[in-house]
Design a protein around this ligand. Sequence first.
Ligand SMILES: Cc1cc2nc3c(=O)[nH]c(=O)nc-3n(C[C@H](O)[C@H](O)[C@H](O)COP(=O)(O)OP(=O)(O)OC[C@H]3O[C@@H](n4cnc5c(N)ncnc54)[C@H](O)[C@@H]3O)c2cc1C
Length: 419
Amino acid sequence: MNQVAPIKADVLIVGGGVIGLASAYELSRAGAKVVVIDKFEPGYGCSYGNAGWITPCFAMPLPMPGMLFKSFKWLLDPESPLYIKPELSPTLISWLLSFMASMTQKKMLRSVDALTQISIQSLKLYQELAANTDKPFSFEQKGLFMVAQSDDGLKYAKQEMELVSRNGIPGKLMLEEEARAFEPSLTKRIKGGVFFSQEAHAEPLQVTQTLAHEAQKLGAVILSKTEVIDFKLGPNGVTAARTTRGMFEADQFVLATGSWSRHIGQTLDLKIPVLGGKGYAIITDPLGPNPQRPMMLVEKKVAVTPRNGTLRLAGTLELVNQDETFTTRRVEAIVRGAREFMNVPESIRYHEIWRGLRPCTPDGVPVIGRTKRYPNMLLATGHQMLGLQSATGTGKLVADLALRRTPDVDPNPFRADRF
Ligand SMILES: Cc1cc2nc3c(=O)[nH]c(=O)nc-3n(C[C@H](O)[C@H](O)[C@H](O)COP(=O)(O)OP(=O)(O)OC[C@H]3O[C@@H](n4cnc5c(N)ncnc54)[C@H](O)[C@@H]3O)c2cc1C
């Protein structure tokens, strides 16, 4: 691969996923000269095939009170929605200890508030982007239906409704008949559900392409197949990124490297406790009848997203350390889970099977902010299950911090030096 002509940027962003590209867009809007580099094609990491939800009602951190008992149960079941492969890796053990320490009611409420604020702001920014871009990203605001089969599942959905109503997100409870009439694709036994009317969804790859397109229109340079190996340091911090295609100098740097962040952080002696939360998505033929709107199948933790002419089913979270292998039984568990709620034929055709590693921090809150060690290095990673829905707000926060403007959301819960 050839070297590229040196470009000195105001801000160099490492990682062209939805987080890096949303940051590039906001920084470019503010007039900064931005370069984004990605080791693959931008948009093809975890941001590629996710469920596409932009749903502030789901601004939940991964660690929740009461999960400890469930996690132990799940340890024994490789088909459970959350799976932690028992292994004696020091990285996994220290991450899990920190994860368990975050499962208190107080910490959870603080995290929900922070995640909700950044998700609400993101939704507004997506609405503006959809209204103004010349490259549409299939943005639709059809709400989100959380559907349950059991009394416990419905109780969980109601609790979630009450939790997010504190932050002004309205939900409507529907019991069996009403729920089924509202969403005719629910052909199997259900107890009811909660409908959150203001939530949106989009096509994830198109989101990254739109953000890249809009950033490029404003002058950003986006390079693919350019991998950061390490960094060159000077007396005032980082001076350049050494890549597979030459050195890239910049005044400031943003690490938006998703599940790769821990490894790249090690090259700078930065502790970024991000583990991969492997999940799968399957694009299938449409169902008869096909869902009218995105749905969360509560007991199975399966996300259902209707697409133009097809359907996406997504789910499972398996904590891993950069392990990208496929586990067929976990893929099949998602389809079987969906079949318990909807008319999914045994012979349904898969158009695509995809897996991605969600960048997961142990407290379930992304890391967005300057590092203490290198004042000109910012982190923007660890967005777990919420990276798409909080990307535009993250991009705005990154731009505000990099340009030393007053942020719209409280940056404290996201501080980079909290671990
Ligand atoms: C099954 C599934 C469903 C999901 N559904 C949703 C959903 O509905 N809504 C939602 O909000 N979130 C969802 N998520 C989570 C969401 O996909 C992630 O939070 C988000 O994509 C993370 O974005 P990112 O930019 O941080 O990471 P990535 O998209 O992985 O981007 C990181 C980029 O960094 C690049 N990179 C890494 N190392 C280097 C290096 N050394 N040099 C150069 N480049 C490098 C990579 O190539 C990659 O492109 C889902 C995830 C999964 C797996």
